[in-house]
Design a binder for this molecule. Structure first.
Ligand SMILES: Cc1cc2nc3c(=O)[nH]c(=O)nc-3n(C[C@H](O)[C@H](O)[C@H](O)COP(=O)(O)OP(=O)(O)OC[C@H]3O[C@@H](n4cnc5c(N)ncnc54)[C@H](O)[C@@H]3O)c2cc1C
Length: 478
């Protein structure tokens, strides 16, 4: 017999969990269907373990920039301890804590693989016994996330390789690591493992620079840092073949220019595909294997009755945990028939690549803004124009750039690079989302000496009519 709930959420990653939380707060009876671990990719094989693996190297690098502290950290990073802390962060890949939270908020966890079998109905196969049938009075929310995309490179599908799961859960430091893909995941993991002790790390990226979705200077600065710490970066070249003669033999990869590269592990980090191949989309008139199309309330487009929603990576709009959670709030408000509009992924997505230097950005790049016909004005200043950069340590460099819609005199894009600049990002997001005028922004005074004073430098550059200031110049503090 079917079990009835107000809402059935399919997939317990950050988007699904957040939706469950919002539903239960609203007093809706809610079932969460999860086939693996409650917490999803983010908690166990993506954001949390990857940032934890990066952290020891970042702390060490920060200390080494400060005379006095540098002398105290002359030893090597302890990889075993770092991996143990990663294990702690993922609770040893055990979701007990998250299951307890579900119990506390009064949601029902249904373990097993779920799929739509018609309007408002989900069948759950737990592997043993008959499938359970769940029906939703109000809505079904799809939050099944995404999986790594493995490109059609000769030999690659048949060999043992690392994906985001293997690279974030590895138990030992490989001697040689080859990274296919120089986007955020590839760049972060290349640096994490290099700093954890991998002797040879190479990144192969088909585009002409690292982090191709970001401003060109961002990828260039990261590539410069990689060169300094011995990470090889090969740009503008595709991998065409990969093979291992045995499962435990080295991987030998061939690039299109004929170069042959040998490594112990190969990380494939070239993108994601939505988990929609086998969730019953065809039973409600949608196409399997593709991102679920949604409107601005996250309601599935083309499905009558406004009962099906899709949030997080599964809709392909903005593949970040914070965006999945934002969409969860929008979707739950929408199913409660509150007026909403998901507009944050229309060009305002904040994102951070947690390399050293970090790259934090929100809104449009200069190129995107020009392509949209915005009357673009760009101002760019060096981070070292702030006193805080000098206090942070020696050779602390970076860049802050605003893309300004000159017609409206508002910021439409911002990019910051440098160590520990992620804290600057939200001020830019507020300026963009709030459409705060450049004139008004000058009254948002930043405390001295914080990196936020880079906003003062940006404002001065804007009013002075400069496109960018001299990268060697000291700022107002000097
Ligand atoms: C290495 C790496 C690092 C990242 N770092 C960051 C970061 O620092 N910050 C950030 O914002 N984003 C980061 N991301 C992206 C982030 O992990 C994803 O955007 C986020 O996990 C998406 O959340 P989700 O809930 O949509 O899906 P997921 O986290 O993928 O969760 C989906 C869940 O659905 C379950 N599921 C799937 N199909 C079914 C089914 N049929 N039945 C039952 N359950 C099912 C899965 O088991 C899974 O638990 C990173 C990604 C990677 C790969």
């Amino acid at each position: 017999m079917a079990e009835r709930f107000d809402v059935v959420v399919l997939g317990g990653g950050p988007a699904g969990e957040h939706a469950v939380g919002r539903c239960t707060v609203a007093g809706l009876t809610t079932a969460l269907v999860e086939q693996e671990l409650v917490g999803g990719e983010c908690s166990y094989w993506a954001c949390m373990p990857s940032k934890t693996l990066l952290r020891p190297g970042q702390v060490l690098a920060a200390a080494r920039r400060v005379p006095g502290a540098a002398q105290a950290v002359s030893g090597r990073l302890d990889a075993d301890q770092a991996l143990a802390r990663r294990d702690w962060m993922t609770s040893g890949w055990d979701d007990k804590g998250q299951v307890e939270w579900l119990e506390r908020v009064g949601a029902t966890l249904v373990r097993g693989r779920g799929r739509l079998v018609g309007e408002r109905t989900v069948a759950v196969d737990a592997g043993e016994g008959p499938a359970r049938t769940l029906t939703a009075r109000c809505a079904v929310i799809l939050a099944t996330g995404s999986s790594p995309f493995i490109p059609p490179i000769e030999g690659l599908h048949g060999i043992r390789r690392w994906d985001n799961r293997a690279v974030t859960s590895a138990k030992a430091v490989p001697a040689r690591l080859l990274v296919l893909g120089g986007g955020a995941v590839g760049a972060e993991m290349a640096q994490a493992w290099r700093r954890l002790g991998t002797r040879e790390v190479s990144v192969v990226e088909a585009a002409e620079r690292l982090l191709p979705g970001e401003e060109p200077f961002a990828g260039e600065e990261v590539a410069g840092a990689f060169a300094d710490e011995g990470i090889a970066v090969i740009l503008g070249t595709k991998m065409v073949a990969a093979r291992r003669v045995a499962d435990d033999a080295p991987v030998v990869a061939t690039l299109e220019d004929g170069r042959v590269m040998t490594a112990d592990e190969i990380l494939v980090a070239v993108g994601r595909r939505p988990n929609t191949a086998d969730i019953g989309l065809e039973t409600v008139g949608l196409e399997p294997g593709r991102p679920v199309p949604v409107d601005d309330t996250l309601c599935a487009a083309g499905v009558p009755g406004s009962w099906l929603y899709a949030i997080g990576d599964v809709n392909g709009r903005a593949l970040f945990t914070h965006m999945g959670k934002y969409q969860a709030r929008i979707a739950v408000d929408a199913l409660l028939r509150r007026p909403v509009c998901d507009e944050a992924d229309h060009g305002m997505v904040p994102r951070v690549t947690f390399t050293d230097p970090q790259v934090a950005s929100v809104g449009l790049t200069e190129r995107q803004a020009r392509d949209r016909g915005v009357s673009v004005r760009v101002v760019r200043v060096p981070l070292q124009a702030t006193a805080a950069a000098a206090v942070a340590g020696e050779d602390v460099t970076g860049t802050a750039q605003l893309v300004i819609d000159e017609a409206r005199q508002v910021v439409v894009g911002a990019t910051f690079t440098g160590p520990d600049i992620d804290g600057l990002l939200h001020s830019a997001t507020v300026a963009i989302v709030g459409e705060v005028s450049m004139d008004r922004l000058r009254h948002a005074v930043a405390a001295f000496p914080t990196l936020s004073e880079v906003w003062l430098e940006l404002g001065l550059a804007y009013r002075a009519g400069r496109a960018s200031s001299d990268p060697d110049a000291k700022g107002a503090w000097s």
